[in-house]
Design a binder for this molecule. Sequence first.
Ligand code: ADP
Ligand code: MG
Length: 678
Amino acid sequence: MPSLLDSIAELSGVGPKREQALNKLGVFTVGDLLTYYPRRYNDLAQKLPSQTLDGEKVTFKGLVTSPPVISRMGFKKTRLNFRLTVEHDTIQVSFFNQPWLGKNIEVGNEVAIYGTYSKMRQSLAAIKMMPKNSEDELEAIYPSSKEIKAGTIKDLILQALGKYKDALSQEIIPEDIRRRYRLMNYHDTIFGMHAPADEQVAAAARRTASFMEFFIFQMRLQVIKQMDRHNQGRAITYDNDQLKAFIKKLPFELTNAQKKVVNEIVRDMRRPVHMNRLLQGDVGSGKTVVAVLAMYAAITAGMQATLMAPTEILAQQHAQTIGNFFDPNEVRVEILTGSTKAAARRQILADLVAGDIDIIIGTHALIQPDIAFHNLGLAVIDEQHRFGVQQRAALRQVGMNPDILAMTATPIPRTLAITAYGEMDVSIIDQLPAGRKQVKTYWLRHNQFEKAIDFVKKQLTSGVQAYVVTPLIEESETLDVQNAQAVYEELSAYFAPDFKVGLLHGRLSNDEKDSIMTAFKANEFQVLVATTVIEVGVDVPNATAMMILDADRFGLSQLHQLRGRVGRGSRQAYTFLVSDPKTQYGIDRMEAMVATTDGFVLAQKDLELRGAGDVLGNRQSGVPEFRVGDPVADLTMMNIAQEEAIEIVDTPDWDKTPEMAGLAEMLSETMDRYRNFD
Ligand code: ADP
Ligand code: MG
């Protein structure tokens, strides 16, 4: 039986080379090929010259009114000319380098010709002869690559449409959903996308195809989510009184937002299902203490907790801050990173498996095969977008499939969160601790640089520190970009002998970076010239000024992250954006940065300015690119797809009915992969 899961190699004309070329386009199965939709359509509908714009591609049907004349235009280059009378207009038609067409053209013949119309010259640069009674008014145009031409793709799709017609009678979207939202059936959708009879059909097919794409995506997420929750989930029965007492002893009062998310998290931990929760909160919103409370809850249940950070310095910083929250006689916190010495590591591993360590903080070094826990209840992942999907998966496998709390400071607009984090439950801290001073932000032109640097110098005199951020480090990349090295030298000279300057960039080894950050934290130098490597998480409360050079070269989210590095203490902090943006887009971003310090507002702005794909950054977020649907423009549709998917997956044995067979088959790979996982 032909199945849409058949490999494209089953089609005739697909050898290993073509298969590879198609694979590169994301096409592996016949189903992939049939959902490889046209980018656009050429309108082959016949028109009159008076209805046609200059430069428009058009089909004219008319009578040949002069004999064809072939002229040579150089070696192997010819032009075939004749006159075509279309109702009341006569135009000149030219075919280039296709002299053999002449034999089809005789005075008095009726012909249809597709080409580009020049209004001024009243001529048509012909592209091809059309069958006179062609029914296709729209010609599908496919995205192609160097290795495979659009025409070849089209031929393969036509072949597949013929051979796999029967497979398309198996529906994907259940009938009641199709009826409720007036969607087309599967067969008509696929045919309507590839060979639409007219614009209306194409538009209707596109609407259903978008929904179908979202629906399959949401079904996949919901299936994963459900399997995840019900796989080996354990109830972490924490001691509520102990937790409350611990909260009372904190050096500050939790914000309402923190209280809300702590409740969401511990309630989830207590349930006998596996937690997979994302904690989203702007820089400085106080995610660390929330993680501490969740970890403490696990400890009161007699379990261990771990926190994994993307870099060594962040791990060290966390170990220090988190350690300070606990009485070492009550809770033992250890750190394990790549630089932990062999003997110390051995001891830690032994204590970990014996249950003598309550909280272990570290980097990737935590997910090694020889690491075993006594009873791991909760794993916290800081700056989750910095970890690959594989690492996150590996962490799940460390011991007992712990509850997962992932933390991110990257605000994702609500309109995208559903797509970005569909398989996770999301908790949001949408409030900063009281009394926090807003970072004052100024946008300056390059010719005001001196003024800004003088201001920074005055600040330094009062004992604080400053960052100067530069966009690129390699001189060879772009000449007009100031590189970190040059800025470093310039500023060293400027600040000498009063203040010292340090340099941090991506070319340094991790150890070198860490020792520079440590020295900056210890105020061994007062100005840190750095590329964006300081972006994430590093906390130097004494640094209250930041200057970002060529700021228009950064995205809004990145600028926001950078700015979040200052203003972590009680003193007023400042950010100077130095740039002469050359585009309106650059100007818009500078103005947005000055106007607000709210990460969610900026993320939303970024989304409007750049579009969904760029904001999410495909690799970072694991959000797929959609072929037809736009998760932002079609948000309502995405929401509906999610609601429907949740309802389906909540029905026991939903995948066992004949109606759902097509959908279940489509998701079978996901389900199998997940079953094998545990
Ligand atoms: P982030 O969410 O960026 O990781 P942190 O957890 O590092 O933020 O918190 C930033 C600072 O705010 C820390 O110094 C922390 O101790 C402090 N903080 C956290 N919660 C509160 C609160 N409720 N009231 C006052 N200060 C707080
Ligand atoms: Mg943090």
